[in-house]
Design a protein around this ligand. Sequence first.
Ligand SMILES: C[S@@+](CC[C@H](N)C(=O)[O-])C[C@H]1O[C@@H](n2cnc3c(N)ncnc32)[C@H](O)[C@@H]1O
Length: 301
Amino acid sequence: MTLPSAFNGADLVKPDANPKEDIDLAEDTPLDISPESFGTIGKVLKSLKGFNLDCYKDKCIKRRIGIRVRATHCKTAEDYCDLLLGSEVELELLYKVLTIHVSQFFRNPLTFRKIKEEIIPQLIQQCKNRDHRELRLWSVGCASGEEPYSLAIILKEHFQEDLQDLNVSILATDVDADTLQAARAGVYGEDRMAEVPDPVKTRYFKQVGSKYHLLPDIKEMVTFRQSDLFDPSSYAVSDLILCRNVLIYFERSQQQKIMAGFATVLEQGGFLVLGKSETLFGPSRELFNTVCPIERIYRAV
Ligand SMILES: C[S@@+](CC[C@H](N)C(=O)[O-])C[C@H]1O[C@@H](n2cnc3c(N)ncnc32)[C@H](O)[C@@H]1O
C-alpha cells in the first residue's frame, strides 16, 4: 500500500513548530499583579469554575491574566478584579485563556510517525500475548480532539485487521467542557489541518465551505470525557498515554504527581508520550525508560 506522504518518509520532516497561539502567549510579559488581586482571582476561579490556580505556574497564569486585562482595557489588575467579580461572561473568557486549547491534527508529525511505526505495532504484539485483548489509548488534555482523532485515523489507515481482532478504545479527556463539545462536533478550520495529507483529508473529512467535517467512522472511535488531571481517581488504565503540551503549564511538584499517577495506570511496557517542551525529571525518571528523547517517548518499567 502506498502511504500518504505525511505518514511516511523524509518529506514528513518539517520543523516541529508549535501552533502560533502558544508562541504568542510565551512571548507576553507576566502582569504585575498584587498578591491580594491574584488571591481574589484564584478564589473566584476556584469557587465558580473549580479551577485551582495553585497547581499552575505563576508566571504562566499571570501572563494569561494580563491578556484579559489588556483585552478589557482595564488600567490595573485591581480594576480587572472588580470587573471579574461582576461578570460571568468575563469569568468564562478568563477560563478560556487559562486553559489554552491550541492543537492540530498530527501535531509534531515525527511523533505520530513513531507512534504508527513503533509504538502501536509493539502494543498490538503485547496485547496479543496476554489474556485480555484490549488495547487502550488515552489522550489527556485532548483540547478539541485533533490528537485522539489523529490516533484514530492512524489505526483505521494502517491497522484495520488488528482493529477487528482486538478491542481497541481511545479515551480523550479534558478539563474544559466547551472544548470537549467542539471535539465531539469534529469540525475544523484549515489552521488545524496543516499536517493532514490530501489523501487523508479526502478519505476522512467532508469539506463544507472553509471547514472540514470529520466523518462519523472516525468520530465514533473516540470517547470523550470531562476530567481533571488533578483528580488521580479519574485516571484510566492504559497502554498508551499521550499527554502533550499540558504539563508545561503546571508547577513541577504537580507534574511529578501526575507522572507518578500515569505510571500507576499504565500497563507494564505501556508508553507515555509528552509534548516537545516537556520531559521527565526527578523521581519520575525511575518510573519510565526513555525510548526516544527527541520525540519525548517513555515506557513504563
Ligand atoms: C495546549 S492544549 C494541548 C492539546 C493537545 N494535547 C496537543 O498537544 O495538541 C492543552 C489542553 O490541556 C487542558 N487542560 C488544562 N488543564 C487541565 C487539567 N487540569 N486537566 C485536564 N486537562 C487540562 C486544556 O483545557 C487544553 O485543552
